[in-house]
Design a protein around this ligand. Structure first.
Ligand code: NAD
Length: 464
């Protein structure tokens, strides 16, 4: 059993108001974690504020060295960290290790990019010097989710620390020991107060979002993102939001239905559907719908997945499936809550879905494939864009002109053609609508974590 503590200004503290995390694989308790109260939030923010000037004054190359040493420590601890992650949120250990490797890679990238993140000179009067200089924003609150807890945290923490900010980190209450172990690996490489960590749930997150920080960076659900944006509007903090999605997959006529079904299965069922860019709704052309559905049912039967994060989430996922069935969808696979401990839920396929069903309209975040049959590619494109979200979309088509039209017309931050996952390193998009705002990834995250100062320097009268 992990016993999580807060890290406040370089000192570990037991905290109070503890709650228990249950292993979603077998229902056993795995972690107990405290919840930081407002005075602990204030203490962590004050420590971050106090540590910030010296960290900002540290040479970027020295900050990068610290990040590299921290990345090495995380890499060496991959096995233990993956076991904790698997026990808290159900990701199979090998997949957890792969996502930790991604996090380590991100820390190293920001260690390399931090010292290269400069401003520019301006073409002003030759007798003057005109510069645009990026400066750290100050104190960054990093509030993160459970579904990819190490990789997401490494991104926000790496970019914030590389650019001279100090950080108050609040990992998800559904994976607190994962966040606590990650902090324990990173913090020894940083001066006290540069990285603090607070355990706790929504109330702790809300107290942090309302506190005197300069940036609130949140990766999580749309509802939380909106609450954070409202809180930050009162304090003036900059807000960075990477939030929920309901990503469409459009399957064109003329594609190989078996290949399309394999792509759909990967997009829907990977990490038991608990991926921000999971495929959440499928618009399939009537010409291939029947063969596609037959192949997708086969894929569902063969796909091995871990459990959902917890029973509370399973109730929400299953509720959407029941709602769809009540409204006339047909269950082709899964859709039944299994007996026994844990939070397992089978790969599920629904046909005959409509846009009004919650499983199509909202984010499901589970292994559920709601399939809508459309009469044309254009109808699929239109309906795909009609969404309160705008994170990502995938199109499967053999037509270059339709592929081209799709990426131009889809109102999402990311568009993928003929592959549900993939993309070059460093890709960062602006999510649209309820999916968030700002760059949450890539080199551009360094821009978000800094504020630009314009400097105009003239010689004093009489010359230099
Ligand atoms: P969540 O928003 O419920 O929780 C995320 C974090 O926010 C947690 O640390 C939580 O304690 C905190 N929080 C909750 N209420 C808060 C409040 N009122 N004020 C401040 N903080 C608060 O999200 P989750 O369930 O942990 O994660 C799943 C969601 O994250 C999904 O919607 C998924 O799409 C999204 N996600 C998005 C991306 C992306 O890059 N767009 C990546 C991963 C996950």
């Amino acid at each position: 059993m992990h016993i999580v503590e807060h890290l406040i200004g370089g000192a570990w503290a037991a905290g109070s108001d503890a709650s228990t995390v249950i292993d979603p694989r077998d229902g056993r308790p795995v972690t107990t974690a405290p919840a930081a109260a407002p005075h602990e939030v204030a203490a962590a923010v004050a420590a971050a504020r106090a540590a910030q000037p010296a960290w900002a004054a540290t040479a970027p190359a020295a900050r990068a060295d610290a990040l590299r040493a921290a990345a090495n420590a995380v890499e060496h601890a991959t096995g233990a960290l993956a076991r904790t992650m698997a026990a808290e949120m159900g990701k199979p250990e090998a997949e957890a290790a792969a996502s930790i490797a991604a996090g380590v890679g991100t820390l190293r990238q920001y260690a390399e990019l931090g010292p290269l993140h400069g401003g520019r000179t301006l073409a002003g009067d030759p007798g003057a010097l005109d510069l645009m200089v990026p400066e750290p924003r100050g104190v960054v609150a990093a509030i993160t989710p459970w579904n990819d807890p190490v990789a997401v945290s490494c991104g926000l923490l790496g970019a914030a620390l590389a650019t001279g900010n100090t950080v108050v980190y609040k990992p998800s209450e559904r994976a607190p020991a994962t966040g606590w172990q990650l902090t324990a690996l990173l913090a020894p490489h940083l001066p006290p107060g540069v990285l603090s960590m607070l355990a706790g749930a929504a109330a702790t997150g809300a107290a942090l979002a309302e506190s005197a920080v300069d940036v609130v960076a949140h990766v999580g659900s749309t509802a939380t993102g909106r609450a954070i944006a409202a809180a930050a509007a009162r304090t003036g903090a900059k807000v960075l939001l990477e939030n929920g999605g309901s990503d469409p997959l459009i399957v064109d006529a003329g594609v190989d239905p078996a290949w399309a079904a394999a792509q759909a299965a990967l997009g829907v069922f990977a990490n038991a559907g608990q991926v921000c860019v999971a495929v959440e709704r499928i618009y399939v052309h009537g010409d291939v719908a029947e063969e596609f559905l037959t192949a997708l049912v086969k894929e569902a039967a063969a796909f091995e997945i871990g459990p959902l994060v917890d029973v509370r989430h399973r109730i929400a996922v299953h509720g959407q499936v029941v709602d769809a069935l009540d409204r006339g969808a047909t269950l082709l696979a899964g859709g039944v809550v299994p007996e026994g401990p844990g939070a397992w839920y089978p790969p599920t396929v629904l046909s005959g879905c409509t846009d009004e069903m919650r499983v199509v309209e909202s984010e499901t975040f589970g292994p559920v494939a709601p399939v809508v049959t459309v009469a044309s590619f254009d109808e699929g494109l239109r309906r795909a864009s009609r969404s309160p979200f705008g994170l990502a979309a995938t199109v499967l088509t053999g037509s270059m002109s339709r592929a081209h039209r799709a990426w131009q017309q889809l109102e999402t931050g990311t568009v993928k053609i003929n592959a549900v996952f993939g993309g070059a390193p460093g890709g960062a998009a602006h999510p649209r609508r309820g999916s968030g705002q700002g760059f949450g990834y890539g080199p551009e995250l360094l821009d978000e974590m800094t504020a630009t100062k314009v400097v105009h320097l003239e010689a004093p009268p009489g010359g230099w």
